[in-house]
Ligand binder design. Structure first.
Ligand code: GAP
Length: 538
């Protein structure tokens, strides 16, 4: 679409080529992460909550650009789930719920993390995560053996055979398996003394102090309590919801009956959730107040395997369609299942600090509806005309954190390029339809009627696109500012515009420029910024 000429944007329109250097590889992962955090602040995406009061740990505010990017991600999810699927509807349930909800859901009893403190560093860790990280190191050793062998044997290398026969690999694998098996068994039996014993036997040291001076492992409930009511005598204890899913379960019959829904069907919802995370680090990856985008898909019992596979595939496709690179996603099946699941997997993403959970897909059986039946004494059943019977539906859930999705998109989009003249530019290569601002319009100079023409273009296009008007500084600097904000297109109005009604359209990623008639702008931008084309790929 665009010509491939590159221009020096600082001074004149001289051809210019770029050499790409991503922030990424492993060498600079922590460097990249620091840049992500500082860029997010500097350009109005994310601020520490209550910063002027020294901030609040693991709580963040989205600024003017962050709120827009977050909204666009939310829209992409909502449209893919609700708009594209006839049998999925969306709701918006309250954050406060009847307190018994959380007994029925199992959160009062079982929404705990096993925590352990290091007595020297005073740092607190999730005991299972310490053990899983130890196992990951063993798995990395296996990967290294495979890479070495692949190099040694070249085309003749048979990975499956190597993994099943090489004695060293088998030894590593068996060690990893037996550690995980023991951990899962101990956690399931609530044998926290054995979880501590395992940490000690594996000689796991505190990443901060390097010492092995551990406290006992203790369970810690993650729900925030609050009170509802005017006086202390009459107030009732409530929880801030730790997941949005229960708002869907308690409305299952309301939606099914009022919407005359037939199984299989889904209910989707986006909204805030709250968890008193103890190990809350890594910026917006693990927050105490965060937003979830969840969908519960209600199905006949016995079909859960099929739908679980269906939603795994669908959700991966949704991620991959963003173009952040399919090598950055992988599934991680759970060894230890949550209290409600008969199968569960995470879609992990390659964050600046490595592969971590981005989304969960869970086969939740009839656990939730069944328990709400028990606690309320009300039937939450569906009459299946095909089977000619009543039953409590099974559920497959897809659950993704909006803030984590934001971090995934933002950290992959942030790149630094070295240009041929040795200068660098920082550019946020967001998928265009997610960009907070779609278009920036500049008059080349602040005189000769150019600002009026530029303003008129803003007035004409503002109904379809978020637009930024900028007349300060040299054009090259204005381009850099928009690159850092992720704006896909810039339009410059110059003296030629007065003569032939054309403007310069500059592309963020290639930095190429072309002259285009003002009349053609609307269609061209629509074709390139529309979310519809992306949705068609799903
Ligand atoms: N309803 C199921 C459920 O809540 P989960 O695995 O606990 O499952 C689902 O959470 C998703 O919510 C996670 O994959 C993650 O993206 C996001 N999430 C969970 N805890 C979070 C936190 N403390 N901060 C940010 N996102 C979080």
């Amino acid at each position: 679409m665009f010509n491939t000429k590159f221009f020096n944007e600082k001074d004149s329109l001289r051809p210019r080529k770029t050499k790409k250097t991503y922030f990424c590889p492993i060498m600079q992962q922590s460097e990249l992460f620091k840049k992500v955090i500082s860029h997010a602040k500097e350009y109005g995406f994310i601020f520490q909550s209550s910063e002027i009061y020294e901030g609040l740990n693991a709580v963040y505010d989205y600024g003017q650009n962050g709120a827009a990017l977050k909204k666009n991600i939310r829209d992409y999810w909502w449209r893919a789930m609700v708009q594209l699927n006839e049998n999925i509807v969306g709701i918006d349930a309250a954050i406060f719920m009847h307190p018994t909800t959380w007994k029925a859901s199992g959160h009062v009893e079982a929404f705990n993390d096993p925590l352990i403190d290091n007595k020297d560093s005073k740092k607190r860790y999730r005991a299972d995560v310490l053990i899983e990280e130890f196992v990951s190191k063993i798995e990395n050793k296996i990967s290294k053996e495979v890479t070495k062998a692949a190099k040694r044997f070249g085309n003749a290398f048979d990975k499956a055979q190597y993994l099943s026969t090489n004695p060293r690999v088998l030894e590593y694998q068996s060690k990893a398996d037996s550690i995980l098996k023991r951990m899962v068994k101990s956690l399931e039996k609530e044998d926290l003394a054995d979880v501590k014993a395992l940490i000690e036997e594996l000689e796991i040291a505190c990443p901060e102090s390097g010492s092995r001076n551990w406290t006992d492992v203790k369970q810690f409930n993650l729900m925030f309590g609050t009170k509802l009511g005017a006086s202390t005598e009459t107030a009732i204890d409530l929880y801030l919801r730790p997941e949005t899913a229960q708002g869907i379960f308690v409305n299952f019959l309301n939606v099914q009956k009022s919407g005359r829904m037939k199984l299989p069907f889904g209910i989707a919802q986006t909204g805030k959730a709250f968890r008193n995370e103890i190990v809350a680090r890594q910026f917006i990856f693990r927050m105490r107040e965060f937003e979830q985008m969840e969908m519960q898909f209600f199905i006949p019992p016995g079909t859960q395997k099929k739908w679980y596979e269906h939603w795994k595939e669908k959700r991966l496709k949704w991620h991959e369609a963003l173009g952040l690179g399919s090598e950055n996603y992988r599934f991680h099946d759970h060894d230890k299942l949550a209290h409600y699941a008969d199968a569960a997997t995470d879609i992990e993403f390659n964050f600046p600090f490595g592969f971590k959970e981005l989304e969960g897909i869970h086969s939740r059986t009839d656990f939730d509806l069944g328990n709400h039946e028990k606690y309320t004494g009300k039937k939450l059943q569906y009459f299946d005309p095909v089977r000619n019977e009543n039953y409590v539906p099974y559920v497959v859930e897809t659950s993704i954190g909006l803030d984590r999705m934001f971090l995934a998109v933002f950290s992959k989009a942030l790149q630094e390029e070295t240009l041929v003249d040795g200068s660098t530019r920082t550019v946020l290569k967001l998928p265009p339809f997610l960009a907070p601002t779609k278009l920036a319009i500049f008059p080349l100079v602040k005189k000769d009627g150019l600002p009026d023409i530029a303003r008129k273009i803003v007035e004409d296009l503002k109904f379809d696109f978020t637009i930024s008007y900028d007349e300060k500084d040299a054009v090259g600097r204005r381009y850099r500012r928009q690159d850092a904000l992720g704006t896909p297109y810039c339009i410059t109005v110059d003296h030629q515009t007065i003569e032939d009604q054309t403007v310069t359209l500059r592309d963020r990623d290639s930095m190429s420029q072309e002259r285009i008639s003002i009349d053609a702008l609307g269609k061209l931008l629509n074709d390139n910024l529309s979310i519809s084309e992306l949705l068609k790929k799903l």
